[in-house]
Design a protein around this ligand. Structure first.
Ligand code: KIV
Length: 271
């Protein structure tokens, strides 16, 4: 039996065991109860309450505006739905950088008020102190390297990161550091597949890739993107599993037409 199948609940230790057994980890984002119930029921190992909620739920251009209160609200619904998956919540921009005491307070609020199982934050050496302090409270931390959307104004674009040797070496050093200080897993976003494979092979903890190729220990996609709800976003790494945006459009159009033609509700749909 696979590690996933034999586990009652996915924990950070189960993820470690999955890497050890070369069993790939499936992670998806979710932001509310109804979607998370489906995601959990379909066998996803890790549900990420990503700060991509800022884009796909709230319609902001970047992940920067979402607040800690809003992240906790999204996480509460997801935690109520998740019966097996590990729930990881993003620490939003401005709640952990530069002040490790504030980072710990933010992480504690997420754990206490949502019931989530771990937090994720972006960056390497520059957020070392914050990660170390959060870990002292027994809160598991997932790292995030490569394209880090909270730093979009520093880089200016969402293009592939660490293509040049210097940036690749910096990423490798940061990955080693995150493992060394105790992160249980690291997301690698939009970096060359060769580099992600090298990093994944060199670490004991599992890597989760998004646009980082097949050599990672697991994969993550943003749920509304892979379901085809967000249709304007189509990077090379995004595989669409459904054209849900179109299907919803057609279904809602049919409803509108049924109401207008007085076809809905019919005899059997009323009391
Ligand atoms: O916020 C998010 O959805 C993420 C994933 C893209 C990894 O951080």
């Amino acid at each position: 039996m696979s590690v996933h199948a034999s586990a009652k609940r996915i924990t950070t230790q189960v993820l470690q065991e999955m890497k050890h057994n070369q069993e790939k980890i499936a992670m998806l984002t979710a932001y509310d109860y109804s979607m998370a119930r489906i995601v959990d029921g379909a066998g996803v190992d890790v549900i990420l309450v990503g700060d991509s909620a800022s884009n796909v739920m709230a319609g902001h251009e970047t992940t920067l505006p979402i607040t800690l209160d809003q992240m906790i609200y999204h996480a509460q619904g997801v935690v109520r739905a998740a019966k097996k998956a590990l729930v990881v919540v993003d620490l939003p921009f401005g709640t952990y950088q530069g002040n490790s005491k504030e980072a710990l307070q933010s992480a504690i609020r997420i754990m206490k008020e949502s019931g989530a199982h771990a937090v994720k934050l972006e960056g390497g050496a520059e957020v070392r102190e914050s990660i170390e302090r959060i870990l002292t409270a027994g809160i598991p931390v997932m790292g995030h390297l490569g394209l880090t959307p909270q730093s979009i104004y520093k880089f200016g674009t969402y293009t592939v990161r660490a293509k040049e040797e210097a940036e690749a070496n910096e990423l490798k050093a940061n990955a080693n550091l995150l493992e060394e200080i105790g992160c249980f897993s690291i997301v690698l976003e939009k970096v060359p597949a060769k580099l992600a494979t090298e990093v994944s092979d060199s670490l004991q903890v599992p890597t989760i890739g998004i646009g980082a190729g097949a050599g990672c220990d697991g994969q993550v996609l943003v749920l509304p993107d892979m379901l085809g709800i967000t249709q304007e976003f189509s990077p090379r790494f995004l595989r669409r599993y459904l054209d849900m945006g179109q299907q919803m459009h057609d279904a809602i159009g049919q409803y509108v037409s049924d109401v207008r033609s007085k076809d809905f509700p019919n005899e059997s749909e009323q009391y």
